[in-house]
Design a binder for this molecule. Structure first.
Ligand code: AMP
Ligand code: MG
Length: 402
C-alpha cells in the first residue's frame, strides 16, 4: 500500500492538460486560461475625473484670490478631450470625463459656491485631488492574468477591459460516472428490503461540475462479471476519465480492479494509506483514466477531494492544481486509529479572530448525516496517533461549502 503523497505523485505523472478552445468571455467563469491575457490599453485609458466638479489650476485658488470664471458648457463622460485649461478658468466636468490638459485638481461640485458664471472653492484644493491618471492602475502591455488561472468574475472584468473576447481556455475535462452495486436503486425509487438509494452518483456529478468538469452518468452497474466487463469495454471517444463508485475493496463482489486490468487498464495504484478510502484505485488505458472510488459515501467524497480534484485541475491546466489547504487550530482533541493519513470531517469557523476546526462526531465512512454538516477535512499526517486541542492542523477546504 502506497502513501497518499506517492499516489499524488503518480497522478501528477499521469495527467496532462488537454486541448484548448476559444469561448465567449461572458461564458468563461470557472474556466482555465490557456494563454496569458495582456492589456492592449492603459487603465484608466486617459486622465479623468473621479468626481462631478470642476477641473482647476491650484494657483487660481490661493488665499486672497476672488472667484474663478467657469468655462461655458460641461465635459461629460464619453466627450472628446476638451481644450486645455487657461489660468483663471475652471471647467465643469463629470465623473469619468477626460480632463482638460493642465488640470491640477478636481474640486467636487459639493465643495464650491457657484454664482454668476464663476466659482469659489469652500476649501483650497490640493494637487491631484480627485484626479485619476492614465495608466495608474494598469499599463498598456501589462500581463493581467496568467495561463492556468481559473477565472472568477473580477478576472472577467479585467479580461473585458483588455479586450480578451473571445478568450482562450482549456477544454473542460469530460467525466463519465458509473455507480456499482446490486443494492442500489434510483433516487426516484423506494428501496426494497436490502436496497438503498444511489447517493454517490448524484454527488459525484455535482462534485465534477462544481470543479469545472463536464459530467455524464452511465447506467448503474451490477456486481456481475459481464456487467463490469461491459463497463470497461465501452469506450466513449470524448471521455477523459471514468469515475466509478464501489466494487474496489477486497470482498467477493468487488470485481472492478481485476476486470479493469483484464480490459487493458494499467493499474497505477490500488490501495492507498488513507482513511477513509483505502481501496481507492487508479488506472490508465491509452489516454483514458479510471478512478475506482470506494462506495461508502464519505470515502467517495474524500477520495474525490484528495485525488480526483487534482486530476481535474491537471487536465484543465489549472495552477496551482489540487485542493486548497488552510491552517486552523483544533477545537477538540482527536485520536487516530491506525497509521494511515486521515481525513476527518470538520466545521471550520472563525472564533476570536482565529480559524478553528471542530471535528464532527462521525460514526464512520457511511455517516453522511454528520458529513453533510462539514465544510472542511482535517488532514492528520501518516503515523500521528493523537492531536491535542489547540494543535495547528491543515484543513482541506470543501470548496463547494465555504
Ligand atoms: P463497496 O465499496 O461497493 O464495498 O460499498 C461500500 C458501502 O458503500 C456499501 O455499504 C454500499 O452499500 C455503499 N454504497 C456503494 N455504492 C453506493 C452508492 N452509489 N450510494 C450510496 N451508497 C453506496
Ligand atoms: Mg459494492
Amino acid at each position: 500500500m502506497i502513501k497518499v503523497s506517492e499516489a499524488l505523485e503518480i497522478l501528477r505523472g499521469a495527467c496532462a492538460a488537454g486541448s484548448t478552445e476559444m469561448i465567449a468571455l461572458r461564458e468563461s467563469a470557472g474556466r482555465v486560461l490557456a494563454r496569458d491575457v495582456q492589456s492592449d490599453v492603459a487603465w484608466p485609458p486617459f486622465d479623468t475625473s473621479a468626481m462631478d466638479g470642476y477641473a482647476v489650476i491650484l494657483s487660481d485658488f490661493a488665499a486672497g484670490k476672488g472667484p474663478v470664471a467657469e468655462r461655458p458648457g460641461l465635459v461629460g463622460a464619453g466627450a472628446a478631450p476638451p481644450a486645455p485649461l487657461k489660468k483663471g478658468e475652471a471647467v465643469r466636468i463629470m465623473t469619468g470625463a477626460p480632463v482638460p490638459g493642465g488640470t491640477e485638481a478636481i474640486v467636487p461640485v459639493e465643495k464650491v459656491l457657484r454664482e454668476e458664471g464663476a466659482i469659489t472653492a469652500l476649501a483650497s484644493p490640493e494637487r491631484g485631488d480627485h484626479l485619476r491618471l492614465r495608466g495608474e492602475s494598469i499599463q498598456e502591455g501589462a500581463v493581467l492574468l496568467s495561463r492556468g488561472r481559473r477565472l472568477v468574475p473580477s478576472d472577467i472584468a479585467l479580461a473585458a477591459l483588455a479586450g480578451a473576447d473571445p478568450v482562450h481556455v482549456y477544454r473542460r475535462p469530460r467525466i463519465a460516472i458509473a455507480v456499482t452495486g446490486n443494492e442500489l436503486v434510483a433516487t426516484t425509487a423506494k428501496p426494497g428490503p436490502g436496497q438503498l438509494r444511489d447517493s454517490n452518483g448524484p454527488m459525484l456529478e455535482a462534485l465534477c461540475r462544481a470543479h469545472g468538469a463536464e459530467a455524464t452518468a452511465r447506467l448503474p452497474v451490477a456486481d456481475e462479471d459481464d456487467a463490469v466487463r461491459r463497463l470497461f469495454a465501452r469506450e466513449a471517444a470524448d471521455e477523459d476519465i471514468l469515475v466509478t463508485s464501489g466494487g474496489v475493496s477486497a470482498g467477493d463482489l468487488d470485481l472492478l480492479p481485476a476486470e479493469a486490468q483484464r480490459s487493458g487498464f494499467e493499474i497505477l495504484f490500488h490501495g492507498v494509506a488513507i482513511r477513509p478510502g483505502k481501496p481507492v484505485a487508479f488506472g490508465r488505458r491509452g489516454d483514458k483514466l479510471w478512478f475506482g472510488l470506494p462506495g461508502n459515501p464519505v470515502s467517495t467524497s474524500v477520495c474525490f477531494h484528495v485525488f480526483v480534484r487534482l486530476a481535474l485541475d491537471l487536465l484543465s491546466g489549472a495552477e496551482p492544481a489540487g485542493p486548497v489547504f488552510v491552517s486552523a487550530l483544533l477545537a477538540r482533541p482527536i485520536t487516530i486509529k491506525g497509521k494511515r493519513e486521515t481525513y476527518t470531517d470538520a466545521v471550520l469557523s472563525v472564533a476570536d479572530g482565529t480559524l478553528r476546526a471542530k471535528p464532527m462526531r462521525s460514526r464512520g465512512s457511511h455517516d453522511l448525516g454528520a458529513y453533510a454538516s462539514a465544510n472542511a477535512l482535517i488532514r492528520v499526517p501518516h503515523g500521528t496517533e493523537t492531536l491535542a486541542e489547540g494543535a495547528v492542523v491543515d484543513c482541506l477546504v470543501l470548496g463547494d461549502r465555504l
